[in-house]
Design a binder for this molecule. Structure first.
Ligand code: SF4
Ligand code: SF4
Length: 325
């Protein structure tokens, strides 16, 4: 019998993890033809909203579970079309240049369809389960020929457990291979009832072992993430090989230290894990933060791609613990 590890304080801390139906869920994007989110050719459904707040998040527009306006000043033509429809004076022309005052924006989204360059974009739209199914089923021939399927990602798809469950159940009935990518913050009882029956693989992020460093860099201590992982690994032993894949993003100075990687490798090894994935740092998130009008908070974050020798060193730590990466 699988033990669900949830101490009282954990339960209290996560009781509001899931977003109520009236507040969401919002889909950020459905991306077809992905080769990076599981076996074969896949469609990836990105949900908007995440309980973590990783300082390096390379999808910062997926953090908030509410809609946001993205503005890419680098492709704005300063044509002024948007300023003519903005009734709140958030967009206005000054000396032939567009000025955007985000504090005045009411998120009416009247401006986005008129923008000829795509500089203004809405992040997050409401979709029904049927909308999502219709969209991803268009690519079924690609899944069938490549051994692919559908991946629920985010954000954190398990913040919307009922919605995720309905999508996964419907896809399973149609014979689609389902993957859920998760940060590990969810209620295990709900997961077992609503998601586990319909999922073929789980990609599970383990970022930082140390509780206080986890809190500093992701906003949440690592205890629940590790407890849920242990439970899933027990379940995984009764499933097919590869059901549970732990993944660690390599973030310079935060997750890629020898101490952290050794601690993760030791943790995984103690649970009998033989395979994991290390995700190379993606510095392109800076541009996305700019589109949200946000400043980089944490000093010392690299804007460079990771040195291949360092990546090889990180892999060696896992391989030495008997885990292939
Ligand atoms: S979303 Fe509405 S209020 Fe905001 S900038 Fe566009 S038109 Fe103006
Ligand atoms: S409509 Fe688009 S391109 Fe034109 S000023 Fe507005 S944001 Fe820039």
């Amino acid at each position: 019998m699988v033990q669900v590890l949830q101490a009282g304080h954990m339960e209290k801390r996560i009781q509001n993890i899931e977003v109520r139906k009236t507040d969401g869920p919002l889909v950020l994007e459905i991306r077809g033809n992905s080769l990076d989110d599981g076996p074969g050719i896949r469609s990836v459904v990105f949900m908007k909203g995440c309980p973590l707040s990783c300082v390096w998040c390379h999808n910062p527009e997926s953090k908030k579970p509410s809609p946001e306006l993205l503005f890419d000043a680098s492709i704005c033509l300063s044509c002024g079309t948007c300023a003519q429809v903005c009734e709140s004076d958030a967009l206005r022309m000054k000396k032939k240049k567009l000025i955007f005052d985000r504090s005045k924006c009411t998120l009416c989204f009247a401006c986005i369809d008129l923008c000829p360059s795509g500089a203004l974009e809405r992040a997050g739209k409401s979709m029904t389960v049927d909308d999502v199914i219709d969209s991803v089923m268009k690519d079924k021939p690609f899944y069938d020929t490549s051994g692919g399927g559908v991946t629920l990602s985010g954000g954190e798809p398990l913040m919307f457990m009922d919605f995720a469950s309905e999508i996964l159940a419907s896809l399973k009935k149609k014979g689609i291979h389902n993957i859920v990518e998760t940060c590990g913050i969810f209620k295990m009882e709900r997961f077992m009832e609503l998601v586990l029956p319909y999922v073929d693989m789980i990609y599970y992020d383990i970022k930082i072992m140390d509780a206080s460093l986890s809190e500093r860099y992701t906003g949440i201590k690592s205890d629940l993430i590790l407890a849920n992982f242990r439970t899933l690994q027990e379940i995984s032993l009764k499933k097919h090989p590869g059901f549970l894949l732990p993944r660690t993003p390599l973030i310079p100075g935060m997750t890629d230290t020898d101490e952290n990687l050794s601690a993760i490798a030791e943790f995984l090894s103690s649970l009998g894990i033989k395979k994991a994935a290390l995700l190379e740092y993606n510095p392109l998130w800076y541009a996305k933060l700019n589109k949200l009008g946000k400043e980089v908070q944490e000093a010392g974050k690299s804007r460079e791609w990771m040195d291949k020798k360092h990546v090889a060193h990180c892999k060696e730590i896992f391989i030495a613990a008997g885990i292939s990466v």
